[in-house]
Design a protein around this ligand. Structure first.
Ligand SMILES: [Zn+2]
Length: 61
């Protein structure tokens, strides 16, 4: 099974949407990424089932 899936997220700073690859082998995870458009770093919390991203939230703290 493919555990790395791409999910569409929205940057909390500039509002642009882009695709992020998430490793769904971890059920609940928090990691940092940065916007592809404005390059601001931010945190992402992903709830996953193997092969599927169930929920995704972004934090701009
Ligand atoms: Zn951005």
């Amino acid at each position: 099974m493919e555990v790395e899936v791409s999910a569409r997220i929205q940057c909390p700073f500039c509002g642009q949407r882009f695709d992020l690859v998430v490793d769904t082998s971890a059920r609940s995870q928090r990691f940092s990424t940065e916007c592809e458009i404005c390059c601001h770093p931010f945190d992402v919390v992903a709830d996953c089932e193997p092969g599927e991203v169930v929920a995704l939230e972004v934090y701009s703290e």
